[in-house]
Design a protein around this ligand. Structure first.
Ligand code: FAD
Length: 402
């Protein structure tokens, strides 16, 4: 029986990023095939107490999951090391929870739009608690698709723990040692916290905590107007919060200014206050009123009930001990070449940690069978560069000869 094409797999993986449209739509045939042939796939071998695989993927987020699923179905033995469970940022703290409340806000925007056209509709009431439950429900519906069970069913060996490189070709996690022909670091990024005076002493939210709110913030201050800050501003405004975006330069500075002008006008029409060119001098908690104040360099004070820090992302490299493997880094992330190879020829990096554009589709592209990975890569795991079964056999034969 022919294996399912990677096209199908890639579609399947991409679908998880767009839960409302297609969380539960799967290519069942491909899925069943994948499961039924998992037992025939090579598995990592235990040699002298070290688990030896073709590919060891570190990080089970957008990039790591796509990569592990693709590689194992191409005939590689794969170890996947997951620190905080499967699926985040995208599933737990990123794309999915940030889009689910936006869907709920479409309803209240309709009367505003209707009003512009001369129709008067009553403002719909938003039950913040139910929106929160909806977000959790969406995550719960997608979670089985990213679960340990599903990946083990595909033939991936999943290890739950934080990975640390212990040498040029060895990794430790969960008290065990792993060796592999190729390693892929796909550890993603976390919210960067800028060195603003007073911020460390002030309670604030990030994308990791904002989706845990069960009560609507009265007035949300959003520090910085990048893509994450703007989408959260729009979501919370739509849910009925007062929202102020405090941006150092202009919102969405990497986007086309003409497009940003259009968007800015829409956001302002929706009632979001946008303060651009605002240098933050200090941030302070106001304990008596449980509020937060942001002081700007021109002396202006903005007071809100909650502060969301959306001031860029920091690559997740802490604790990986990359220097033990000779992997070079900068403050932007792991240094890679056009084929995503690091300064250690056995180690690759993909997704947010590789320091390029930080999007789900970029992480998926890095893991996929097209683009730089496919172009001329004979050094990347063969499992990732071709969908032909003969190539996969070639890879297995070469691995066996190692
Ligand atoms: C609020 C928000 C909204 C977003 N919205 C969008 C959007 O609409 N569209 C879009 O394209 N992108 C969006 N993104 C960006 C997108 O989520 C990321 O670009 C994408 O998830 C990056 O994938 P990744 O595989 O590099 O990292 P991640 O998905 O973050 O996965 C990294 C994984 O590695 C694990 N890990 C970290 N360290 C270790 C270790 N030492 N050992 C083992 N595992 C480790 C982490 O626990 C995590 O599970 C959004 C991000 C946020 C925060």
């Amino acid at each position: 029986m022919r294996p399912p094409s990677l096209e199908i797999l890639a579609t399947d993986v991409k679908q998880t990023a767009y839960p409302t449209e297609c969380a539960l739509i799967r290519n069942k045939a491909a899925h069943d095939h994948a499961k039924s042939s998992a037992s025939q796939r090579p598995h990592p071998q235990l040699r002298n107490g070290v688990l030896d695989a073709d590919i060891c993927v570190i990080g089970a987020g957008s990039g790591g999951l796509s990569l592990a699923a693709g590689a194992v179905q191409m005939g590689a033995s794969v170890v996947l090391i997951a620190k905080h469970g499967m699926g985040d940022d995208r599933l737990n703290t990123g794309c999915v929870p940030s889009k689910a409340p936006l869907a709920a806000t479409h309803a209240p925007q309709s009367p505003q739009e209707a009003g512009r056209l001369g129709a008067v509709l009553p403002e719909p009431a938003i039950d913040f608690g139910r929106v929160h439950a909806h977000v959790r429900g969406v995550i719960g519906a997608i979670a089985p698709h990213d679960s340990v069970e599903r990946f083990e069913g595909l033939g991936v060996t999943v290890i739950q723990g934080a990975a640390r490189l212990t040498g040029p070709a060895e990794v430790a996690a969960a008290g065990r040692q792993f060796r592999a022909r190729r390693f892929v670091i796909a550890t993603g990024s976390t919210a960067a916290v800028p060195p603003v005076p007073g911020l460390a002493e002030t309670p604030f939210l990030t994308n990791e905590t904002v989706f845990d709110l069960t009560e609507r913030p009265g007035h949300l201050l959003v520090l910085r107007g990048g893509p994450i800050g703007i989408q959260m501003a729009q979501a919370f405004r739509g849910l009925g919060s007062e929202v102020t975006v405090v941006e150092r330069t202009m919102i969405l500075p990497r986007d086309e200014p003409e497009a940003v002008d259009v968007l800015r006008a829409i956001l302002q029409r929706q009632g979001i206050t946008i303060t651009e060119g605002a240098q933050v001098a200090a941030i302070r908690p106001i304990p008596e009123s449980r509020r937060v104040e942001v002081e700007l360099a021109d002396g202006k004070i903005i007071v809100g009930s909650h502060l969301l820090v959306a001031a860029g992302r920091k690559p997740n490299m802490d604790g990986l001990d990359l220097s033990a493997a000779g992997v070079e880094t900068t403050s932007r992330g792991i240094t890679v070449d056009a084929r995503l190879r690091t300064s250690n020829r056995r180690v690759f990096a993909s997704g947010d940690v590789a320091g390029g554009p930080q999007f789900t589709h970029v992480a998926g592209y890095h893991a996929g069978t097209r683009g730089p990975v496919r172009a001329r890569s004979i050094s990347l795991p063969r499992a990732m560069v071709s969908s032909s079964t003969s190539r996969a056999r070639c890879f297995r034969a070469r691995s066996a000869r190692r």
